[in-house]
Design a protein around this ligand. Sequence first.
Ligand SMILES: Nc1nc2c(ncn2[C@@H]2O[C@H](COP(=O)(O)OP(=O)(O)OP(=O)(O)O)[C@@H](O)[C@H]2O)c(=O)[nH]1
Ligand SMILES: [Mg+2]
Length: 442
Amino acid sequence: MDITIFNQTIFALASGVGKSGVAVVRISGPHACDALSMLTRKPLPVPRYASRMRLMEINSDELLDDSIVIYFPSPNSFTGEDVVELHIHGGRSVITGVIDALTSIDDLRFAEPGEFTRRAFENDKFDLTSAEGLADLINSETTAQRRQAQRQMAGELGDLYDGWRDRLMRSIALFEAEIDFSDEDLPDNLFDAVGAEIQKLKVEISCHLNDGHKGQNLRDGLYITIIGPPNSGKSTLLNRLSKRDVSIVSEKAGTTRDILEASLELEGYPIVIADTAGIRETNDEIEKEGVSRAQAHAKKSDLKLCVFDGENWPEQDARTLSMVDQNSMIVINKSDLMKEHQTEYIEVSSLTGEGFSSLIQSLTEEVVNRCQMSASPVITRARHRESLETCLKSLDRFETATGAELKAEDLRLSARALGKITGKVGVEDILDIIFAEFCIGK
Ligand SMILES: Nc1nc2c(ncn2[C@@H]2O[C@H](COP(=O)(O)OP(=O)(O)OP(=O)(O)O)[C@@H](O)[C@H]2O)c(=O)[nH]1
Ligand SMILES: [Mg+2]
């Protein structure tokens, strides 16, 4: 994005599209006040107070809407620029009328997705991790996702990375002093002190990285794939879990071919469960494709729900059995047809619902274990993880490097990697990608 466009005044519908009681149109930039005056033909309202004002067509006295207007003078606004919010009636014709009137004003243009937030970032209203937290908040669907987004938005993650970066900067300063004044008397134990500090930082960053991807799991939702032999009742089980008729169920083996997904929420944690083709050897080309998709899908999911057919118990399907690993939960279905019961695995009947409360309980435990928030902030994006790994690698190099110059350079690289996460340095190339994630009006 060209930086000069920040001189322009932008506007957009900040509330959702479609009919609603109230809609909010936001205007930000140097001409926001002029635009408001053109619509109201009245003096500016008192800053940050809601004022009832009539909005008129620009070229006639035709009433567009009787509205509530709030004016936030720069720098005390969301973007840091002059911002005007028009709270109008949410009818399509009212919204179109106001948007058309704004479009007809020369110095105004429609905002790009995320442009308001980007301006706020450029004006130092918050760092990149907080902006990402805001995007996550808007996209959050469950309570736990909302809490995580709010914590990130409040700057928890940014503060952690800035704190580490500050410590690195202090170490760098000490090294530079050593390089610049090597003839003078600096304490002998200077290198030792920095070495100990870097060692401590490395442990903290490693612990932070070693989070079992909980933050990312919560943000993206945990992905669970149901696998098992044909006819074991996988589709019936998914339909009962999701309380919807997602998959076709039939007594014919080999019914499901495509991957079918249902989104659920367990105690505020988001999960997506996928039903797949029953795994078996087959000459049917389409079924074969279904089986290979099922296997590939199972491999990349966070958890496999391996469903065995209880009718054949204790016999178990060898192909499915070979896919069981530590990321698997075993379920024996058709408990209503089992002649002898077992206690090792979860037994359910997808037909009658028997055993489902313990299945849901076990699933919830798994999900909570893999997503639960801790007291300390967690990594929520691959972007953060990559930079932290780069930082750690530079700190490793620091320890083996010889000479103050090389060591200082490694410290600079590691500080740079941290600065990239919060947006302090070298982020121009990724800003377009990050802010494109937002919707228009944010
Ligand atoms: N008695 C009994 N029948 C079940 C149960 N679960 C499923 N069935 C029946 O088993 C048959 C197969 O069910 P599906 O859910 O289609 O099985 P699937 O594993 O999805 O089969 P494919 O898609 O072919 O791999 C259907 O006739 C279901 O009604 C159960 O718990 N008890
Ligand atoms: Mg099926």
